[in-house]
Design a protein around this ligand. Structure first.
Ligand code: F6P
Length: 326
């Protein structure tokens, strides 16, 4: 196995708060352990186009608290092609990069897996996505911050909902996973969460309106996971308006504000731990694994498992939500 002297670090896919904390930890742990660090800008696109710069410890000063990613991120159609990946590998050789640390979500790790197989490049993934949809890790960087943003925003919506005795449908991000909608609903004391893995029929919604909103509530808030199949907050608000024209229904779509802001302490800490663990993993000779946290312990999850796309919400939580929102 060739000795690793220089690592490349890249953020890819959608940004998530805490990515900068991870960039800082990877950079400084690498330098501490005698490795050189090359920062790759604008995701895999930057690797293909050679947007690469050596990083010293000062390059990551004062970023632990910043949302977004100082390395920028950009989708790369070219990295999906064999030709694009060939250019990426050539640039790695030119820059003398021996291994890659990829900070991102399922798409980014899927790309890393293919690249690692094709060119035998040691790759380590760090899970960063607000969706929390990577398997083998309890949580991903950015999820806790997004959850807190949702909670704070829904608290504000509650003030106006209660004043006007309204029913709100609030749409949150989260892709197909539904973690943000479900746990966001629990954290904000919402009356219902509509998530992709649980089908809500029209009569269930009617039941909720009759027994929840109408019975003893001054206001109600339903969190809806943004999802093409579900139709989003608009769809459910229309259903209810048609059925109960007397209700004062409003919609709020939280959108990209959920991706921004200062990372929480929790996200900064897991990003720092995972960043340091990525360098330890490379030095131990591990390859093509994602760093995870399972029951507070660092674990190494093979890419094939991490991106399996079947991380399930805990269905007991739906029951808890229902039981404590009566
Ligand atoms: O993966 C993170 C995420 O914020 C999803 O929750 C959301 O569906 C998607 O990205 C939105 O992506 P875009 O920024 O391209 O609209």
């Amino acid at each position: 196995m060739a000795e690793i002297k220089c690592i490349g670090i890249v953020t890819s896919g959608n940004d998530a708060p805490g990515m900068n904390s991870a960039i800082r930890a990877v950079t400084r742990s690498a330098i501490y352990n005698g490795l050189r660090v090359k920062a790759i800008f604008r995701g895999y696109k930057g690797l293909i186009e050679g947007e690469i710069q050596e990083f010293k410890t000062q390059n990551v000063s004062n970023i632990i608290q910043q949302g977004g990613t100082i390395l920028k991120s950009s989708p790369s159609k070219d990295f999906l092609t064999a030709d694009g990946r060939k250019h990426a590998f050539e640039n790695m050789q030119k820059e003398e990069i021996d291994a890659l640390v990829i900070i991102g979500g399922d798409g980014s790790l899927t790309g890393a897996r293919i690249f690692a197989q094709e060119y035998d490049v040691p790759c380590i993934g760090i899970p960063a996505t607000i969706d929390n949809n990577l398997c083998g890790t309890d949580t991903t960087i950015g999820y806790d911050t997004a959850l807190n943003t949702i909670m704070q925003t829904v608290d504000k919506i509650r003030d106006t909902a209660t004043s006007h005795e309204r029913l709100f449908f609030v749409e949150v991000m989260g892709d197909d996973a539904g973690f943000l909608a479900l746990n966001g609903a629990i954290a904000s004391g919402c009356e219902e969460a509509i998530v992709p893995s649980v089908e809500i029929e029209e009569d269930q919604l009617n039941h909720f309106i009759q027994n929840g909103f109408r019975k003893n509530k001054g206001s109600s808030i339903v969190l809806v996971a943004a999802n093409e199949k579900l139709g989003g907050a608009m769809h459910y608000a229309e259903l209810v308006k048609n059925q109960f024209p007397e209700l004062d229904v409003r919609i709020s779509i939280l959108g990209h504000l959920q991706r921004g802001g200062h990372p929480t302490a929790h996200d900064r800490i897991i990003a720092s731990r995972m960043g340091a663990a990525s360098i330890q993993a490379l030095m131990k000779g591990l390859r093509n694994v994602m760093i995870g946290i399972d029951n507070e312990e660092i674990v190494y999850v093979p890419f094939s498992r991490a991106i399996r796309d079947n991380k399930q919400i805990d269905h007991n939580l739906i029951e808890i939500l229902h039981n404590i929102s009566i």
